[in-house]
Design a protein around this ligand. Structure first.
Ligand SMILES: [Zn+2]
Length: 453
């Protein structure tokens, strides 16, 4: 048995590696600069924790998120591994104490944000006691072609150069387009043979897309999904703007006559305290449905998210795939539905004009193609991530490959073709709300009009 296999069994308790974990680890330990493209939930952290344990000396994990660092460190400590993190949330004395522990060689894994790397004290310590291995998490943040580019990630190569040693190096990301991969390979000198791709096919996710002509229709359909199709299950509703998160939250609550939604909303404008509370409430089920911008999700490890609804089309395919990827981590059947309205792209075009990212225009074109191309959704995703696997006879997990129908929608459409005196969306509302709700046409009419604006 090889050393990594021993560590896998004895420290982590898994019988064997999942592909391509073993290859990634072998590549790192052979001293090759390695790039791993692994979708969330495919055991990414093992791919740097095991080499870290197999090597002598310190492993640095560069991570963009303070919240993630603590979780990872706690998990390692529970396995009896000495790990710590240093970030701006710690008091100076605590940072000092941790620096000392590192200098004394008491730490095996150190998590830091890229902002820390070139600070004077940190650099001094690292030069005096160089790490044997550097793992870069969320590596797409390095690339100006990446959708959440963080300028200080560009410091990493300078930091490595300053060490004046040759530490082993591995980069990890769950979302990287061809342009990002190329940028990372060039900047970190990663050879083609050392680029590894996980499996981007998630067979437990049913992916479907629905186009709407009217905003009000889309709104009511969302209400229908979360009350009728998934009445008790946890789920996420992604929107593109803070304003829409708030509007949708208010709108859905107005329709929530039975108070069954347990709904809240999350965006970057909420206070830190609120954000922490909302994350906790979502994890423990107090909030069942979270309306969120793309600020929500990274580091949220909730295995039983049963549906991810995109109330608006996201601005790029990487965000979309990452967001639907949060559904069904427990590998149970989960529903991913994108609700498209023509105005979505206008919104992104406006946002894009303000942004100076060279890639945003390209990214937008790709998601427009994804939405408009009437073919297997899973296959489109695989091809975007350059995953070579071929789904024979389709995926059986999307609206184009599966006989799965949405009986309710069919009924609704049939009903709507019948003549009636009532305006269309009132009849939709009646159909959606069924018999349980007292009907007040005037109120509903006013409300429906409000949603149209
Ligand atoms: Zn399909």
């Amino acid at each position: 048995m090889t050393k990594p296999q021993q560590i896998l069994q004895q420290v982590f308790g898994y019988p064997e590696f999942r592909q391509p974990q073993g290859e990634i680890i072998d590549s790192v330990l052979a001293g090759e600069r390695t790039l791993a493209l692994l979708p969330t939930g495919q055991g990414k952290s093992l791919c740097y924790q095991i080499p870290g344990l197999a090597l002598n000396g310190l492993t640095i994990v560069i991570s963009p998120l303070i919240a993630l660092m603590k979780d990872q460190v706690d998990a390692l400590q529970r396995r009896g591994i000495t790990a710590t993190y240093i970030n701006s949330a710690l008091k100076n004395e605590e940072v000092e104490r941790r620096y000392q522990a590192i200098q004394q060689g008491e730490i095996k894994f150190l998590y830091v944000a890229p902002e820390r790397l070139l600070t004077k004290k940190f650099l001094e310590i690292m030069i005096a006691k160089p790490p044997s291995f550097i793992a870069i998490d969320e590596a797409h943040c390095f690339s100006t072609w990446g959708h959440d580019f963080r300028p200080l990630y560009r410091n990493i190569p300078i930091f490595i150069q300053r060490l004046n040693t040759n530490p082993k190096l591995a980069l990890f990301t769950a979302t990287a387009s061809a342009a990002v991969v190329e940028d990372l390979q060039t900047s970190f000198k990663v050879k083609d043979k050392n680029v590894f791709r996980g499996n981007f096919f998630r067979p437990n996710l049913f992916i479907t897309l629905k186009k709407f002509e009217l905003q009000s229709q889309r709104f009511l359909y969302t209400f229908y999904l979360i009350t009728r199709v998934f009445p008790r299950q946890p789920g996420l509703i992604y929107v593109s703007t803070r304003k829409m998160a708030e509007m949708l939250n208010l709108g859905l609550k107005k329709l929530d006559f039975n108070n069954q939604l347990q709904l809240d909303y999350y965006h970057a404008g909420r206070t830190n305290k609120e954000k922490t509370q909302l994350q906790e409430k979502f994890l423990n089920g107090e909030v069942r449905v979270m309306i969120a911008t793309n600020a929500f999700g990274m580091g949220i490890d909730k295995p039983d998210i049963r549906f991810v609804i995109h109330f608006q089309t996201p601005g790029n395919l990487e965000n979309y795939v990452q967001e639907i990827g949060r559904a069904g981590r427990d590998r149970q059947f989960s529903w991913c539905e994108l609700l498209f309205h023509p105005q979505d792209f206008e919104l992104h075009q406006q946002m894009q004009q303000k942004s100076n990212s060279p890639s945003s225009k390209q990214s937008l074109q790709k998601i427009i193609k994804f939405v408009n191309q009437a073919s297997c959704h899973h296959e489109k995703i695989l091809s975007y991530f350059q995953d070579p696997q071929i789904l024979t006879n389709g995926c059986a997990r999307c609206q184009y490959c599966s006989p799965y129908s949405q009986p309710f929608l069919k009924t609704m459409q049939e009903q709507l073709t019948k003549p009636s005196k009532l305006p269309t969306f009132i009849r939709q509302q009646q159909l959606i709300l069924g018999q349980n709700v007292p009907m007040n046409p005037t109120k509903l009419l006013a409300f429906g009009k409000g949603m149209l604006q």
